[in-house]
Design a protein around this ligand. Structure first.
Ligand code: HEM
Length: 403
């Protein structure tokens, strides 16, 4: 898929008076993928070289926290660091509930979500996702090559969403294309994709209102918070989050895993020989290949670790840097199946910790189990280098594999 990157942020934000000169750096998160190894760049050029917390004039001007301790502490302090704005630059995605609410209101809405994610609710999704994965892989096998993101990684999470929401599987292709674009606010076409997804969900809500079922949308339409039924806008916002939260995230994580395996044949061989190690591999991939670079909005003038933050400042939390911080994980750039403990924030911590974590990990496991048993050793296709980007998420745009 062709995208043109919007570099419209040429005008850098002026430095606010409360930001000290020695904490200003010319850092643009969209450039972290330029070297082709986005995790190494974040680790070695950002975490290891830049201050623990610094300010950059890019993307509207924002702080960046680079070390695990701060990225974790800030997530656990929603009173000072609000989720009201969680994307940098701010204001470019529609409101998502409960992601953009803070406790205590957040807690009431989040509770409504949890029944959709308990393990037994995931059994159907897992079976369907596995069946689709097998079908896709068997179709790809004779070709000897594929563009992994479009041909495989993007498909399984959409099947999961459609199954969870009791929606027709015919909608798969349309959703896949729109969701990929929508999740990349730095790309042209993102705004239109959000509109298309919104129209799709509003149609679904109207249909469930007319004819309720046993699906999550019908359940949300019946639910109450503080004794009041949710509005259509609230239900819309929650559905949009269920849709977008689990699509490109899973697709891109599976993409990073496939890229890692394609460039580490010895790990492929080890997992083929001993598939019982796949769950450990999933845990290690989750630590080593995190993706989300999320923001927080400062709610009041306050000092944090000696830095004077002002109300309305934005701070970027690159979640992958928790797993890559050697103050928490020994030799963090090494992939080690036998780590005795792992620390990461790939799925967030604190009130907003990802409810889709178990589902996402099951999808990664299904991918590894089915791909490694059904296909011979694979590698990057010669002459077709992978394409990575870095913004709201570190992402794999294109990954050509051959076998
Ligand atoms: C590898 C895949 C995934 C990653 C890396 C991921 C990452 C995250 C992160 C970091 C957060 C916390 C956001 C914050 O603190 O501001 C989050 C929240 C959330 N995720 Fe995921 N996620 C993944 C898969 C999924 C899936 C499969 C679903 C659902 C189908 C999902 C639904 C959600 C929802 C609803 C929230 C908001 C929770 C709240 O605000 O209380 N995610 N996710």
């Amino acid at each position: 898929m062709e995208h043109s990157l919007i570099r419209a942020e040429a005008a850098l934000a002026p430095k606010p008076a409360h930001v000290p000169d020695d904490l200003v750096r010319d850092f643009d998160m969209a450039r972290c993928a330029d070297t082709g190894d986005v995790h190494r760049y974040w680790k070695e050029e950002v975490q290891d070289r830049l201050p623990d917390i610094f300010w950059t004039p890019h993307h509207g001007g924002h702080w960046v926290a680079t070390r695990a301790a701060d990225i974790l502490a800030i997530q656990r302090d929603p009173g000072l660091f609000s989720n009201g704005e969680f994307v940098i630059p701010r204001g470019i995605v529609p409101k998502l509930i409960p992601l953009q609410l803070d406790p205590p209101r957040h807690t009431a809405y989040r509770r409504l979500f949890m029944p959709f994610f308990v393990p037994r609710a995931l059994t159907d999704i897992e079976a369907r996702a596995r069946a689709v994965a097998i079908e896709l892989i068997e179709g790809l096998r004779p070709r000897g090559e594929c563009e992994f993101i479009g041909d495989f990684a993007g498909v399984m999470p959409i099947v999961a969403f459609l199954t969870m929401m009791h929606l027709p599987h015919d909608d798969l292709a349309m959703l896949r294309e729109r969701a990929t674009l929508a999740s990349k606010p730095h790309f042209e076409g993102s705004a239109q994709a959000w509109e298309d997804l919104s129209a799709y969900i509003r149609d679904c809500i109207a249909a469930r209102r007319a004819q309720p079922g046993t699906d999550p949308v019908s359940a949300m339409l019946q639910a109450e918070v503080d004794g009041e039924r949710l509005s259509d806008d609230d239900v819309f916002s929650m559905c949009l989050l269920l849709l977008t939260g689990g699509l490109d995230t899973v697709a891109t994580m599976i993409g990073f895993i496939a890229h890692y395996l394609a460039t580490h044949p010895e790990l492929q061989a080890q997992l083929r020989e001993d598939p019982a190690r796949i769950p450990d591999a999933v845990q290690e991939f989750v630590r080593r290949l995190g993706i989300s670079n999320l923001g927080r909005l400062v709610t009041r003038d306050a000092a944090y670790r000696g830095i004077a933050f002002a109300r309305d400042d934005m701070i970027l939390l690159p979640m992958p840097l928790v797993g890559l911080d050697d103050r928490l994980n020994a030799d963090p750039m090494d992939f080690m199946l036998d780590r005795s403990e792992r620390h990461y924030s790939t799925f967030g911590v604190g009130p907003h910790a990802c409810p889709g974590k178990v589902l996402a990990q099951r999808e990664m496991t299904i991918f590894l189990q089915e791909w490694l048993t059904r296909l011979p050793p694979f590698r990057l296709k010669a002459g077709a280098p992978p394409v990575f980007t870095s913004s709201l998420i570190n992402s794999v745009e294109a990954l050509h594999l051959s076998w």
